[in-house]
Design a protein around this ligand. Structure first.
Ligand code: M6R
Length: 609
């Protein structure tokens, strides 16, 4: 997730681009850059870090020009650095591009272009696009862009300008958000409304396959075949603050709704259902080295620890390798038994959690092979490990982790399949099926999200309660823990997650008519057992809210409320099941008047022990 903005008009581009980037900083902040064309000269300024670093540079040497592009980067390919910051240029420095998304086939394209003599200045996937366009410039800018886009696979929202054609700004979209803002004698492109809301309220949302051709006085939209398209002009009524949250009242809700995209971005480029293959070269260990691994230890804190628990189920199921899960702070201080045949995996959204960082350090010291799963490129934990598999969830602003959790589950699923392939534990046919199941998840999450009013009305039961119990078995137990953590951290209602079978060994004493009990009761190998646990709760007058598989009629007469979720394979069910849990916590907290984005006493990254 990065932020992009483009301007063409009569005003100075620089202040418009910088103001827009500041309003898009929530989309990425590890480097920023702008480009502008003035009197046939293309100038670029880029800086690592936040926009104020870029502003410092610009204060010494401003960029003149009334056409330009700007970019906030959230690194995916290549570390955060000035070289990897956008915009990127072609060899002759005629063309300049900005990009949000992931080009899946950039490596073979890059190799080919290099052989043809193109010189690359960055490690990014983006740069191949500008060189491809350069290659076809004899056809004219628009056709060259179209031709290049046809050669790439992946997702993109791009802006493109040319020193030789400063009267036009081109933009294109496939799978990443992009809007066109309409002004008087000026037009804009942006990833999102907040970038341009102070300049215009008239916007067009581009569709996949659209190419927009902007001049100061006109905007035309075409498809990939060059045919003109018409897109509705919408009047935006949001105030600037709600615009940063894309119209959502809180970042937490926005991030819950961003999960289909975050998940898609996380598996894009890493799977081939046709070949039945998962690609994770960034793991940092060769197939030969991975074959030597006899045991896995996953360590993390909070929500990331819950994803580790689910990872254990996935890895043991698919790769048939023993997995232990440990709280990072416990792991590092208990003299764990590790050696070169142990793979230690640290999971962290921020990559800065002190306990997890300490655990990675300890594991390395004791001679284990150490990798991480992380959302923030270049963060401390990633620098401590041999390999990193990044989640591509984009910046998570809400303190309660939501989209980072589901993206971590995607990486753990991919890693489990990858290991199972290396260890020859899986048949091709099954591998293909599991990959196809994963590809359906974004769509299934959208289906669940559409039913948010149902969950909002359930919050009416919760918001006056002082306690709640969440029960589940297997992966459902980990989701119960996560559901309970979400509720307690944003609504301050005391809630506990428990393995459903353990309830009878103690917590059952708590159950009465005032105790809401959320039960993860999805179809699968533990379904009948869970129905038994539901009866135990009902026999003590507990109020049961069941999370059930679509079409399950049997459960209806046993519980008080049901949230149905679509069916998927058991190993992916947690990704779907957690969505209603997140929404329930959110709506309950809102009804209690809590500050969901910054709950009391909590911090987004916990850098103390
Ligand atoms: O950045 P990390 O994933 O390492 O953070 C770990 C925990 O601090 C974090 O998950 C915390 O529990 C969240 N508040 C949960 O919503």
């Amino acid at each position: 997730m990065c932020g992009i903005i483009g301007y063409i008009g009569e005003k100075k581009a620089q202040p418009i681009l910088i103001a827009g980037l500041k309003n898009l900083e929530y989309r990425g902040y590890d480097s920023a850059g702008i480009a502008a064309i003035d009197k046939g000269r293309l100038r670029i300024a880029r800086a690592k870090g936040k926009i104020r670093q870029l502003e410092k540079k610009l204060s010494e040497r401003p960029l003149p020009g009334t056409i330009g592009l700007g970019h906030n980067r959230w690194a995916t390919h290549g570390l955060p650095s000035e070289e990897n910051a956008h915009p990127h240029v072609d060899c002759k420095k005629n063309l300049v591009i900005i990009h949000n998304g992931i080009i899946e086939n950039y490596l073979p394209l890059r190799e080919r272009l290099k052989k043809e003599g193109h010189r690359f200045g960055s490690d990014t996937d983006t740069e191949v696009m500008v060189h491809l366009i350069e290659k076809y410039m004899n056809l004219g800018l628009e056709t060259a862009l179209r031709k290049a886009l046809k050669m790439i696979t992946g997702s993109y929202a791009i802006g493109l300008i040319s020193r030789k054609d400063p009267g036009v700004l081109l933009a294109a979209r496939q799978g990443s958000p992009l809007i066109v803002g309409l002004g008087k004698g000026e037009n804009f492109i942006a990833s999102d409304v907040p970038a341009i809301l102070h300049l215009t309220k008239k916007v067009m949302y581009l569709c996949d396959g659209d190419i927009a051709i902007l001049t100061p006085s006109n905007v035309r939209i075409k498809n990939m075949a060059g045919k003109t398209q018409s897109r509705k002009v919408r009047e935006i009524s949001w105030d600037p603050v709600s615009a940063k949250k894309s119209g959502y009242p809180h970042f937490m809700l926005k991030e819950i709704f961003e999960q289909p995209q975050a998940i898609e971005d996380t598996f894009t480029g890493r799977v081939s259902p046709e070949k039945g293959k998962v690609y994770l070269s960034e793991i940092g260990l060769s197939g030969k080295e991975l074959k030597k691994i006899e045991r896995v230890v996953i360590t993390a804190c909070g929500t990331s620890w819950h994803s580790a628990l689910i990872g254990k189920f996935m890895m043991e199921e698919f790769a048939r390798i023993p997995v232990e899960v440990d709280y990072a702070a416990e792991f590092r201080y208990r003299n764990p038994i590790l050696n070169a045949k142990t793979l230690v995996i640290g999971i962290s959204q921020s990559g800065e959690t002190a306990d997890t960082l300490g655990a990675m350090h300890e594991a390395k010291k004791q001679g284990a092979r150490v990798i991480s799963i992380c959302n923030v490129v270049g963060s401390s934990i990633t620098r401590e490990t041999e390999g990193v598999i990044y989640t591509h969830a984009g910046p998570e602003i809400g303190v309660a982790s939501t989209k980072a959790f589901s993206s971590q589950l995607v990486v753990l699923y991919l890693l489990s399949l990858y290991l199972s392939d290396i260890r020859k534990e899986i048949f091709l046919k099954k591998m293909r099926k599991y990959i196809l199941d994963l590809k359906k998840i974004p769509f299934l999450i959208k289906e669940i999200l559409k039913r948010h009013p149902e969950i909002e009305s359930l919050a009416n039961i919760f918001y006056k309660k002082t306690n709640a119990l969440y029960l589940g078995r297997g992966e459902g137990y980990a989701v119960a823990l996560e559901g309970a953590l979400k509720l307690k951290e944003v609504s301050y209602i005391h809630s506990e997650g428990y393995p459903a079978a353990e309830m009878k060994h103690g917590p059952i004493a708590l159950i009465d008519k005032n105790m809401p009990v959320v039960v993860l009761a999805l179809k699968g190998r533990r379904y009948d057992k869970i129905l038994g646990n539901i009866s135990e709760v009902k026999a003590r007058s507990g109020v049961v809210i069941a999370l059930a598989s679509a079409g399950d009629k049997k459960i209806k007469e046993k519980v008080d409320y049901i949230i149905y979720i679509p069916r998927t394979n058991e190993m992916l069910s947690a990704i779907l099941a957690v969505i209603p849990m997140q929404l329930l916590a959110y709506y309950t907290a809102i009804k209690r008047g809590c500050n969901v984005d910054q709950p009391r006493n909590l911090a987004k990254s916990v850098t103390v022990e």
